[in-house]
Design a protein around this ligand. Sequence first.
Ligand code: CMC
Length: 430
Amino acid sequence: MAEQKADFQAGGKNHTYEIKDGTIGPSVVDISSLYKDSGMFTYDPGFTSTASCESKITYIDGDEGTLLYRGYPIEQLADHGDFLESCYLLLYGELPNKMEKDDFVNRVTYHTMIHEQMSKFFSGFRRDAHPMAVMVGVVGALSAFYHDSTDIADPHQRMIASLRMIAKMPTIAAMAYKYHIGQPFVYPRNDLDYAANFLHMCFAVPCEDYKVNPVLARAMDRIFILHADHEQNASTSTVRLAGSSGANPFACIAAGIACLWGPAHGGANEAALNMLSEIGSVDRIPEYIARAKDKNDPFRLMGFGHRVYKNYDPRARIMQKTTHEVLGELGIKDDPLLDVAMELEKIALNDEYFVQKKLYPNIDFYSGITLRALGFPTNMFTVLFALARTVGWIAQWKEMVEDPSQRIGRPRQLYTGYPQRDYVPITQRR
Ligand code: CMC
């Protein structure tokens, strides 16, 4: 095939740029020499037309509603695999064989405890602190405890840091929860699998036996798989940008957690459940649909719409199934919020405004109902997202650090402030 080029005219001159093709998905115009050639930058706030990197990890086809981890459809991974297998896949590029899987699970399990002194960090926070605030602080603090895995130039240290974060995130998340509700921390149990151990650390108390329900543990594990990676979203791009300066991996993941917290990103699951509670009953839905459509009202249907998906979010479909499984297992026959969610979805999917703008439910629409049924308070929802997304952040960070062409990320700007002017002494200012 003839090499494709893109022509660009600027300042009365023609510039030609190479078009690069991926294995699937849109091609890109490589304009990295545009500034050198023409003295101009491209302008793309929100990165709607900009590929910030080359990656082999995750692929999304937003029109088709497809999500692939290393080429494998999310539906197949969620139905047949488990979270740690997806972690291995995201980190190393292939599904593990039996020996590789056992070894990986062992190594993650071996790192589940955190340095005992770290538990003192928690008591420095107010009890009513949002658990995401605690997560940003404590995960950032990992770099103060694990000095032997902060040298990013050493592949062994990178590997240990990756395992540590995947292994310790559930422990830290569960501790943030226990601290918030005033219960003692529960140590990890290495005889339990990843999701079961997390549920145990969250819901067990020292004064009685707690048996993890395997159906709920499987649902938790599937929720982790669904959230594990999502290519170059805001928090992942934050991790990459932070990492591009050579910052240590723990600090980079803390930056990702901070970005994820926002209601337009990971905070949407909490916001979606709050919205469903506020709507409260099916008869109030039309009022909220009208508000979502009103240009003068900032209200949006939380859990609806996505920058990339212009079709049903494939994760939302699996999440909806998981919601029914969890409610069924817990014997919850009527959940008024589920009724509101299902009716809201039906109405929105048939409403001209949502149809025309291709606004479909995203993963966060049903995740809140499921997580609440599992026993988590709303302010823990984004924490669970961060826990699961940690492997995606690490895989993307590792891919970037291991790319020999990697340079510090340094976006430019269209400056619209004052041109140069002279300093005015305070006595002469108006
Ligand atoms: N409710 C009502 N209108 C909406 C919604 C919504 N949820 N989402 C987008 N729109 C409208 C928006 O008003 C705009 O209309 P117009 O073109 O007339 O100005 C149009 O649709 C396009 O919206 P946008 O804000 O330009 O789209 P975006 O790609 O910048 O934003 C989004 C994507 C996810 C931030 C947005 O859809 C949103 O705020 N959704 C609610 C929050 C949410 O559920 N976020 C979770 C995303 S999935 C989890 C994750 O990846 O973090």
